[in-house]
Ligand binder design. Sequence first.
Ligand SMILES: Cc1ncc(COP(=O)(O)O)c(C=O)c1O
Length: 504
Amino acid sequence: MLSEFVLNHMAHLGHQATLPLNRQLYEALRRAMLDGKLTAGERLPSSRDLAHDLNLSRNTVMSAVSQLTVEGYLVSQVGSGTYVADSVPAANAATRSAIRSANRSDKRAQPGTALPRRSLSRRGRDLAHRFNASDLEVQPFTPVHADFSAFPVALWQRLQNRHWRHTLPDMLDYNHSGGHGPLRRAVADYLRVFRSVQLEPDQVIITSGTQQSLELCAQLLADHGDTVWLEDPAYWGAVKAFMATGLHLHPVPVDSQGMAPQPADHARPPRLVYLTPSHQYPTGAVMSLARRQTLLQAASQHNAWVLEDDYDSEFRFSGPPVSSLQGLDTDGRVLYMGTFSKMLYPGLKLGYLVVPKALATDFRQAHYDLNRPGQTPVQAALAEFIEMGHFASALRKARQAYAERRRALVSALQPALSPPDGPWLAGAEQGLHLCLRLPNRVDDQALAQAAARHNLTVRPLSAYCLARHDVKGLVIGYGYAPLDAIRHHGPVLARCIQDCLATH
Ligand SMILES: Cc1ncc(COP(=O)(O)O)c(C=O)c1O
């Protein structure tokens, strides 16, 4: 019944409840027409009856009706009454039945939300629902989260203020294609010396982070349906970037030396190969030199581009530094990317992509057109931060702090590592997380849930697997938790692991 619908709608107006009554009635009647409760040609009850049924003044009703008439929802016929105009779009049968079932299944449905949510595409559903990192609470041991408490905020503010004071008009425009020149030069100098990357500044593109670097590579180097080889287990961010660009994901297993393509993989030749050779995410494997050379040869044989994600090499705590894969490339087919998310702070949203010389102009142009780069003052401040040596010193301090945290975590986990066929630590001593491998019989998802009951966030390794069922373990972050917290919570986590092993 119309008055019932209108009253119900007005009772659930939420933030619109402060609108004048005539406007609330207008909204309710309009919704009744759009939802098919009142259809084209139908006669509206008289204003007197409506006012009586709704317990409103007649003036209120007449005001709402006259507004709907002005807007063409209603037509008034002298002596006969007011009708729903023919031009009001009829809610089709499918919509009506969807509305009915939505209303049936959600007793608390509010007016305005009663319409079925437009469904996402298949790709949209995958992007929204699979491999979600953002819903994990940040608490002790949440992987990949860094500690920003030591970031020199006052110094950073001073640098930024200086740029804002001096060059304001220029800085408000879009940034240059490729990013702010001094920052590109500073990044090039840093990468040449510390990561053995072969490059000139014009090969550097400042992006909003690895995610954007990956999207750009996928958009510019591959077509919809092309194949990308990626490590299994894999970094979720890369999985999403490739899903979003419509690539065919081909998982390639990772072993203790990194990505290990099998003969069967070559039957699905890649257009792109994405990997984390310096510290495989999440297993921590470092790709051996022999494997690097084999991989570059395979890429050359398939005429594929190699995307090297060097996300945390600055934090290596033991053993010789591992140089970039790009530094070994003699064929101009490796694109190298890094991020300031872990070295400084993620909200900065800055990363860099180094492209082969032959691609530099096209990448800069497309990056400009697709992303309209900005943030010149921030980039200028960062360039200065690097040039003045503050970056190196921040890295040094962070490296020491993370090394200490890692040692504390390993020591706290020792009791759980003792059985000979039990868990073991895999991968290099590097980065912000460690990978605890578990025997295949262990349910790592259940173990992560048990840890969550103690307010500890660890991720099951199997959750990163695309096609494999033989990889179990925990990805445990130590970047975010201060030393005291690691010493306090580490033994709790160790006991969870022991309890879980005892029942498997
Ligand atoms: C393998 C890998 N690459 C890149 C990133 C993040 O890069 P960004 O924040 O620049 O998107 C992460 C973050 O955890 C990561 O694990």
